[in-house]
Design a protein. Structure first.
Ligand SMILES: N[C@@H](CCC(=O)N[C@@H](CS)C(=O)NCC(=O)O)C(=O)O
Length: 210
């Protein structure tokens, strides 16, 4: 099995967290790849995923999977079965949290791009969405319940916020959420998969797709 990945990609990091939580990271070869909206993806990525995006995962049978949530569900079915509860009521709940987390990562990435362009109005709108999202999660009554893919995705998106928008200092404004996330960050899955600009160091405004 193979995962095309980047250490700057929040969606890839979600998959790497799932691999570590399911204790199967050693079964997957990690293949570094660089992607960006404004240029062609590496041929191997495009051959496996028509969208040319990361993460792209290729299973033992050579079948390619893409969309970080789809990849995580595939891994969960194959290896564990506890990250993605199948009960319909639980499923819509963790998927909603995952959707929020994915959106938060997208807004954070978009903010980086608009900042680079000097679009202050765009940045303000994106930051407003980021703050609304953090308030929403902090006020969920189930914050602190058992871990599932939705919670992993939320904690991951908050790490990404640190990585790309540390100056927002979100922990100061959302201390309850910060305390919750700090407990998740202690898990080995988090410490072993952190965000990193290397191996390809390119200015953020040129290479915004992380
Ligand atoms: N919905 C997708 C989003 C994947 C995505 O946007 N990946 C970024 C890297 S973080 C990418 O490949 N961007 C390059 C592009 O879209 O061309 C997922 O969950 O995997």
């Amino acid at each position: 099995m193979k995962l095309f990945y980047s250490t700057r990609s929040p969606f890839t990091r979600k998959v790497r967290l799932a691999l570590a939580e399911l204790d199967v990271a050693d079964k997957v070869d990690l293949e570094p790849a660089d992607v960006a909206f404004d240029r062609a993806p590496p041929p191997a990525v495009a051959a496996a995923n028509p969208l040319g995006q990361l993460p792209t995962f290729v299973d033992d049978d050579g079948v390619a999977w893409f969309g970080s949530g789809v990849i995580c569900e595939w891994l969960d079915r194959r290896f564990g079965g506890w990250l993605c509860p199948a009960d319909p009521n639980l499923r819509v709940e963790w998927r909603r949290r995952e959707a929020l987390a994915d959106g938060l990562a997208e807004k954070t990435l978009r903010r980086l791009v608009e900042n680079g362009r000097g679009n202050t109005e765009g940045v303000a709108s994106l930051e407003a969405a980021i703050w609304r999202s953090l308030e929403y999660v902090e006020n969920l009554p189930c914050l602190g319940n058992d871990i599932d893919l939705g919670w992993l995705a939320v904690a991951n998106a908050l790490d990404y916020l640190d990585f790309r928008a540390g100056e927002l200092d979100w922990r100061n404004r959302r201390p309850i959420l910060a305390r919750w996330q700090a407990t998740l960050r202690e898990r080995p899955s988090f410490s072993g998969t952190g965000f990193c600009v290397k191996p390809t160091v390119v200015p953020a405004e040129v290479q915004p797709c992380l």
